[in-house]
Design a protein around this ligand. Structure first.
Ligand SMILES: [Fe+2]
Ligand SMILES: [Fe+2]
Length: 227
């Protein structure tokens, strides 16, 4: 398969995610442009901190099983980035009096998505397809949606994080374009990407359910919960 064909495969996957996301928005997700309350902000930041820490952990576990030399170096860099993102989120929480995630329990959908699915890729292309392609793309788009609702200090935190996440997306593209070159490999990449999208949507629904349960949201709110 030519380099141009592999590149077109990647672009088509991203376009398909965009179409699926647009279709969801058309189905009437209501987005209230009110600022997050302090309590909801703490919930949102706790989710981000949890996700960033888990990302550092599961990418770190992959390193011993990453035979591609360029992917090894890039993923090692990513481990450090995700650990720093965790630290930045914890600092934003500390400014609000929260110093630990002890006692903070993730929703079952988040466990399935972040603790089970992302770590489960069988090889580098499956892992990077799910997390770097689908996951980080969704995260960056979600952040841009929620940014106007965040206080200035948290906007600055995410202004530091987002360029790293964009680097992780480029890293994912490089790895997929280099190593997902057969029909079988591309079929596996596609399956990982589309299932990640479904889990991300379930994660959003779970976030809204949690906010309603905590008395922080209305049924039907569309709150992007992603780092
Ligand atoms: Fe991150
Ligand atoms: Fe990342």
């Amino acid at each position: 398969m030519s380099a141009a064909e592999v590149s077109a495969f990647y672009d088509e996957l991203v376009a398909e995610l965009d179409r699926r996301r647009a279709a969801l928005d058309d189905e009437g997700a209501t987005f209230f442009n009110r600022p997050l309350s302090d309590r909801e902000l703490i919930e949102w930041l706790s989710f981000q901190a949890y996700y960033e820490k888990r990302a550092a952990e599961f990418i770190g576990r992959w390193l011993a099983d990453t035979p591609e030399p360029d992917a090894f170096v890039l993923l090692a860099q990513q481990v450090e980035d995700e650990a720093m993102h965790y630290e930045y989120c914890m600092r934003a929480l500390a400014r609000r009096g929260v110093t630990s995630l002890d006692g903070w329990v993730p929703e079952p959908e988040w466990v399935e998505w972040i603790d089970v699915w992302y770590p489960s890729g069988a090889d580098t292309i499956e892992r990077v397809a799910a997390h770097n392609l689908a996951g980080e793309l969704g995260a960056c788009q979600a952040f841009l949606e929620i940014k106007p609702r965040l206080p200035e200090d948290v906007q600055k935190t995410f202004d530091r994080i987002i360029p790293d996440e964009q680097f992780h997306m480029r890293l994912g593209r490089q790895v997929i374009e280099r190593y997902a070159t057969t029909d079988d490999q591309q079929a596996r990449v596609r399956e990982r990407v589309l299932h990640t999208f479904d889990l991300e949507q379930a994660g959003r629904v779970a976030y809204n359910r949690r906010m309603v349960r905590l008395g922080l949201g209305e049924p039907g709110d569309a709150v992007p919960p992603l780092p």
